[in-house]
Design a protein. Structure first.
Length: 256
C-alpha cells in the first residue's frame, strides 16, 4: 500500500487464521480495510488492522468514535468464502452468520470481560455494556473488493483505560488489581480467540438473549415506544408494542 499512514505498519500472523497489521495512527481501521481491498493484491480473509489511535474513528449512523491512545481499535476482514467455509458450505447458514456478525463480535467482547470475572451485557445490536455504561461498540460494513467479491469489515472499538468521555466505561475498572496493567495486545488476542470460536457456534441468538441489556425496559425505535422482551432464534430483537410482540431486525434502539 502506498497510503502514507501505512509507513509505520507491520504485519504478523496470530494463531492459525489471523494476520495482524499494526498502525501507529490511521483515520479509521474500517477505511484502512477498504483501501486494502481496492489494491491489485487482495488481503486474505482474517486480516486484522489494529491502530494505536484513530483520527476519524466512527460508529453506526456515521457517529464519531473518540479513539485516543490506550483503547483497542481494530477491524477484521471476513470474506463471504470464509463464512461459507465456517458454515460447512451451507449457504443459508453462511447468510445467517453474516447477518449476525455484530452479535457474534459483541459476544466475543463479552467473553473478554467475563474472563476477568465481571458481567457484560449486550445492547442490541452492537454495543457491549458494563456497569450500566458503554464499554465497546461494533460496526459491521459489507462492501465489494476490486475483484467484485463481497466481504464484511467488522470494526471494534473498546475502551481499555479511562476515557476522556466521562460517561464511557473502561475495561481496567473491572479488572482485578493483580491482573493490571492490561495490555492492548493481550486483549486483542483474547478477543480474536473468542471471535474465531464464536464464528463456529450456532447458539449466537441464545447467548445474546442471556446477556441482553435493557430487558423489560421501555425504549424507542423509529419514534415508536416499545418494551424490550428478548432475542429471537434468528437474532432479531423481540419487543412488545401496542399491536403485540414484534421483531426488529434493524435500526437504532434508544432505551429510556
Amino acid at each position: 500500500m502506498s497510503n502514507r499512514q501505512d509507513a509505520d505498519s507491520s504485519g504478523h500472523r496470530a494463531g492459525p487464521w489471523w494476520w495482524i497489521r499494526h498502525l501507529k495512527s490511521t483515520d479509521s481501521t474500517q477505511d484502512q480495510i477498504f483501501r486494502m481491498t481496492k489494491a491489485l493484491i487482495q488481503p486474505p480473509g482474517g486480516t486484522v488492522v489494529v491502530a494505536d489511535k484513530q483520527t476519524k474513528g466512527r460508529g453506526r449512523e456515521g457517529r464519531s468514535w473518540l479513539s485516543p491512545v490506550g483503547g483497542l481499535y481494530c477491524s477484521v476482514l471476513l470474506r463471504d468464502e470464509d463464512l461459507l467455509a465456517r458454515a460447512g458450505q451451507d449457504r443459508a447458514r453462511a447468510d445467517r452468520l453474516a447477518a449476525t456478525l455484530p452479535l457474534v463480535a459483541g459476544l466475543a467482547v463479552a467473553d473478554v470481560v467475563e474472563s476477568f470475572g465481571a458481567k457484560a451485557e449486550i445492547k442490541w445490536p452492537n454495543d457491549v455494556m458494563i456497569l450500566e455504561r458503554k464499554l465497546a461498540g461494533i460496526l459491521c460494513e459489507r462492501k465489494t473488493d476490486a475483484k467484485g467479491e463481497t466481504f464484511t469489515a467488522v470494526g471494534i472499538g473498546m475502551n481499555l483505560v479511562k476515557s476522556p468521555l466521562e460517561t464511557a466505561a473502561y475495561l481496567e475498572e473491572i479488572v482485578p488489581a493483580l491482573q493490571r496493567p492490561i495490555t492492548r495486545d493481550n486483549i486483542l488476542r483474547r478477543f480474536l480467540d473468542s471471535f474465531a470460536a464464536r464464528l463456529d457456534r450456532s447458539d449466537t441468538a441464545a447467548e445474546v438473549d442471556k446477556r441482553l441489556y435493557g430487558r423489560g425496559r421501555t425504549a424507542r425505535h423509529e419514534e415508536k415506544k416499545v418494551v424490550i422482551r428478548g432475542v429471537s432464534p434468528q437474532g432479531a430483537l423481540l419487543v412488545n408494542t401496542e399491536q403485540g410482540v414484534t421483531e426488529i431486525i434493524s435500526g437504532e434502539i434508544i432505551i429510556d
